[in-house]
Design a protein around this ligand. Structure first.
Ligand code: F6R
Ligand code: ZN
Length: 185
């Protein structure tokens, strides 16, 4: 059942959509297997278990031929020297997606199984994710990083692919900003 035409208020500064559909909150305990330093991850998950990121969606459903939108906000932080990030996923039926930077400093890490690409994300930047590229977002700044995503409703989300293949590189905090390590899971 397609949804009717609708007006969605988009507040880039507040990183909100209105009306709002489903909201997702990922805490550290939801992120097993992401960080290279498993002990640091477990300490954080069993300790304060902070919210690492949240995703608010418009009411447009994730259904074939619909075009849903969502805003992700990643909190600033590191675990075992790695910047906080989203789980990352592949769209099983290989469809494209765009991200629009809204607030803060982040990056869009993409991996097609062989090649890695990195796009510096800032307010006003569109990052294009071509079909077949797994994608993960990373907050490399010291304030919340948020972006709008617009994607095909039938694209699906395969998280197992990233757990199995990794993302090609890891994003490590350094003395001056961040660096991408060599290939690791
Ligand atoms: C949708 C999309 C984003 C992410 C969101 C959270 O296709 O790419 O809306 O879903 O940034 O990241 P994940 O889904 O990897 O936990
Ligand atoms: Zn996606």
């Amino acid at each position: 059942q397609p949804v009717p035409p609708m007006r969605i208020a988009f507040d880039a500064a507040a990183a909100t959509l209105s009306p709002e559909g489903p909201t997702l909150t990922r805490r550290m305990s939801d992120l097993e297997g992401l960080f290279a330093d498993h002990d640091a991850w477990r300490d954080a998950a069993e300790g304060e278990n902070p919210v690492v990121y949240s995703v608010v969606s418009s009411p447009v459903p994730e259904e074939d031929r619909e075009l849903p939108q969502s805003i992700t906000t990643i909190q600033p932080g590191t675990t075992g020297g790695e910047f906080w990030m989203t789980k990352g996923h592949q769209h099983p039926n290989h469809q494209g997606e765009i991200y629009l930077g809204l607030h803060g400093a982040g990056g869009l890490l993409m991996f097609d199984g062989e090649r890695t690409e990195w796009i510096d994300m800032a307010p006003g930047v569109i990052g294009y994710i071509p079909p077949g590229w797994a994608h993960r977002s990373v907050n490399v700044g010291d304030e919340p990083y948020s972006f709008l995503a617009v994607y095909p409703g039938g694209a699906g989300h395969d998280y197992g692919w990233v757990l199995e293949h990794g993302m090609g590189h890891r994003v490590i905090a350094g003395d001056s900003g961040f660096s991408l390590t060599d290939y690791t899971r």
